[in-house]
Design a binder for this molecule. Structure first.
Ligand code: SF4
Length: 364
C-alpha cells in the first residue's frame, strides 16, 4: 500500500481489530508513546473497538505537554522585555505560572507564530535592531530544523538570533517509565515520526534490557491497529523484539543527514520534563561552540524556577498512571478554552483528545 487513504480504510482496519480479538487471551497494557497516536486512537474510536483485555496507556510524547512551566515563563519574560519571540502555534496558549504567551502578546508583546525556525532567522535579519528568539520545543523530530536555523544564522552572520531550547528524547523517557515502581506497561508503540529521524537502533537495548516488545508505528487508523496487533501477537507468543510497522517511512538507520545536523549543533543533556521531573540524558542542549545562540545564556534567564500547578495531574497522565478523565479538574475547571495544564491545550495532549473526541465530558 502506498496511499494515505489506504491506511484509513475502514474494512482493513476492522479486519485487524478482529484479528486482535482472535489472538487476545490475557490482559495487556500497551503504551503508545506519541500524542498524535493518542489522538488517532481516541478520535477514530479505536479504544472502544479493542478487546477489554487490551488497554492502551497514553504516553509522554506530546512535546508541548512536557515543556516545563519555567520555560514558558522564560519565553513570557523575553516577550515582556522587548524581544521578538517566535513559536509554533501549539505553544502560545499553554499556561505559564502567571500567563501564556498569547496573554503576553495581548499586553503588547511581539509574538510571531511561524511554521519553521528558518522563518525566525529571516525575522531576525529583517529586524537587526531587535533580538529574536525561537522557542525551540520538540522531540527528535523538530531538532534538525532547529539546528539548521542556528547553522543558517551562523552562515549569514546574524547575531540577534537565538533559540530557547526544550528538546526532549524518547528512549530515556521510555526507560524512566519502565523504571517507575508503579509501571504496568507490557509493550510500546514507538513514535513513527521520531524513528523516521533517529532510526530504530537505539530501541534494541531497551527491548533487551526490559524484555519488552516495541513496535514502531504510524498514525493512521490502520497503522495503529496493525501496531497493536503486532504487539499483542508478540505478548501472546511470549516473544519480545523490535518490529517496524511503519516501514514505508522508517528506515533502520533513520535520516542520516538530519542526525548529522543534530549532532553538529546539539549535545545530549539532562532535561526536566513537565510533571515528571528531571530525566538524565533525556534532551539536547546547544554545544559550547553555539552558545551565543542559547537564549537562556544570552538573556540570563536560566534561573527562573516556578512550581507546577498542584491541581494538574499531567505528570501522572504523561507517565500513563492515570487517564485524563481521572483528573478532578477535567472538563470542569480545565477545558481547552481555559486550560490548567498543557495536555488540555496541545493538539497532541491526551486531555484535549479525551475532551474533544470521547464521551467522558458528557458522562460527568
Ligand atoms: S485535565 Fe487539565 S488539570 Fe487535569 S491533568 Fe489534564 S491538563 Fe492537567
Amino acid at each position: 500500500m502506498k496511499y494515505l487513504s489506504e491506511y484509513r480504510n475502514l474494512e482493513a482496519t476492522k479486519r485487524y481489530i478482529n484479528k486482535i480479538h482472535e489472538i487476545t487471551t490475557k490482559n495487556w497494557n500497551i503504551m503508545e508513546i506519541c500524542g498524535g497516536q493518542t489522538h488517532g486512537l481516541v478520535k477514530n474510536g479505536i479504544l472502544e473497538l479493542l478487546p477489554d483485555k487490551v488497554r492502551m496507556i497514553h504516553g509522554p510524547g506530546c512535546p508541548v505537554c512536557v515543556t516545563p512551566l519555567n520555560l514558558i515563563d522564560k519565553a513570557v519574560e523575553l516577550l515582556e522585555n522587548g524581544v521578538i519571540v517566535c513559536s509554533f502555534g501549539d505553544m502560545i496558549r499553554v499556561p505559564g505560572s502567571k500567563k501564556s504567551l498569547l496573554e503576553a502578546k495581548a499586553n503588547g508583546g511581539d509574538l510571531r507564530v511561524l511554521y519553521s525556525p528558518i522563518e525566525a532567522v529571516t525575522v531576525a535579519k529583517q529586524n537587526p535592531e531587535k533580538e529574536v528568539v525561537f522557542f525551540a520545543v520538540g522531540f527528535e523530530t523538530t531538532a534538525p530544523a532547529n539546528a539548521l536555523s542556528v547553522l543558517h544564522a551562523e552562515k549569514e552572520g546574524i547575531t540577534n538570533y537565538s533559540i530557547l531550547t526544550s528538546h526532549v528524547l524518547v528512549p530515556p523517557a521510555m526507560e524512566a517509565i519502565l523504571d517507575d515502581e508503579f509501571n504496568t506497561i507490557n509493550a510500546f508503540l514507538a513514535a513513527g515520526h521520531v524513528c523516521a529521524i533517529m532510526g530504530t537502533e537505539e530501541y534494541y537495548p531497551i527491548v533487551d534490557k526490559y524484555k519488552i516488545p516495541i513496535v514502531v508505528t504510524g498514525f493512521e487508523p490502520l497503522d495503529l491497529v496493525q501496531g497493536i496487533y503486532i504487539a499483542v501477537n508478540q505478548l501472546e507468543s511470549k516473544t519480545y523484539k523490535l518490529e517496524n510497522q511503519y516501514a514505508r517511512v522508517v528506515k533502520e538507520e533513520g535520516n542520516i543527514a538530519a542526525k548529522k545536523v543534530i549532532q553538529q549543533v546539539f549535545e545530549v543533556s539532562d532535561r526536566e520534563w513537565r510533571g515528571i521531573g528531571l530525566i538524565p540524558n533525556s534532551g539536547y542542549r546547544l554545544r559550547k561552540k553555539y552558545e551565543q545562540y542559547d537564549a537562556e545564556e544570552k538573556f540570563n534567564i536560566s534561573n527562573i524556577k516556578v512550581p507546577e500547578n498542584a491541581n494538574c495531574i499531567a505528570g501522572e497522565i504523561l507517565k500513563g498512571l492515570k487517564k485524563p478523565y481521572e483528573c478532578s479538574q477535567f472538563g470542569k475547571t480545565c477545558v481547552p478554552a481555559n486550560p490548567l495544564g498543557a495536555p488540555m491545550v496541545s493538539s497532541e495532549g491526551a486531555c484535549a483528545a479525551y475532551y474533544h473526541f470521547s464521551n467522558h465530558v458528557i458522562d460527568q
